[in-house]
Design a protein around this ligand. Structure first.
Ligand code: 13P
Length: 241
């Protein structure tokens, strides 16, 4: 019922030339994918990537968006700018932004509402830190983050939201939540939103070797892929799970 969605989060990697080459390599490898395929590239690469993926099944995404339409916000990009540059998706509230750039549950909410109201699809990230899991707070943290992030959106607007559950301790570490751990926490998030139809991805060291087990779990609708999205063959292995 829920179409799976695999998105690459390239983070701060690839120049325009490298980005165009990566999607050129990717196109034939993922053309028969049964899931939605998204590449979230740095904004400087939109102009190089967009014409290459035109007419293919690969969609363009950004990694952040500001909540105001325009104005004196040095370094920021508005939802309308992202749309005009060809983006369909935008990642919001990634743990690296929460950790290093002062992103809070409040700003995640403002960005999510602005993105969805402007017609973008938001990939909203939630997830617990290692000490929070060890202390038994995982469910509480993800429930709180989810509620805060989606506050003010209508049921209809939630159709344009994807949630990415990324346990912070599993990002870039090679550690993955077990299939069951990921499934269980995603189940908690789903109950929180009372949303059978919302798509919820897992993220955190997801790759070709573990994608099948994770995607076999009933609650997991896809993945948000960091390291394994930077090479066409690696990302294609995940997409073609
Ligand atoms: P890795 O796949 O490199 O662990 O990164 C996950 C992530 O943060 C995706 O947003």
């Amino acid at each position: 019922m829920r179409k799976p969605i695999i998105a690459g989060n390239w983070k701060m990697n690839k120049t325009p030339e490298e980005a165009a080459q990566l999607v050129r390599d990717l196109i034939p490898l993922v053309k028969d994918a049964k899931c939605d395929v998204v590449v979230c590239t740095p904004a400087v690469n939109f102009a190089a990537v967009k014409p290459v993926i035109e007419g293919t099944n690969i969609k363009l995404g950004a990694q952040n968006v500001h909540f105001k339409a325009s104005g004196a916000y040095t370094g920021e990009l508005s939802a309308d700018m992202l749309k005009a540059a060809g983006c369909e998706y935008v990642i919001i509230g990634h743990s690296e932004r929460r950790q290093y750039f002062g992103e809070t549950d409040k700003t995640v909410n403002l960005r999510t509402v602005a993105a969805v109201k402007a017609g973008l699809k938001a990939i909203v990230c939630v997830g617990e830190m290692k000490d929070e899991r060890e202390a038994g707070y995982t469910d509480m943290i993800v429930m709180y983050q989810t509620q805060m992030a989606l506050h003010g959106l209508t049921a209809e607007e939630l159709d344009n939201v994807v949630i990415a559950y990324e346990p912070v301790w599993a990002i870039g570490t090679g550690l993955t939540a077990t299939d069951e751990q990921a499934n269980e926490t995603i189940g908690v998030i789903r109950n929180e939103e009372a949303a059978a139809k919302i798509r919820i991805q897992y993220g955190g060291s997801m790759k070709g070797s573990n994608v099948k087990g994770l995607m076999a779990q009933p609650e997991i609708d896809g993945g948000l892929i960091g390291g394994a999205s930077l090479k066409a063959e690696d990302f294609a292995q995940v997409v073609n799970f």
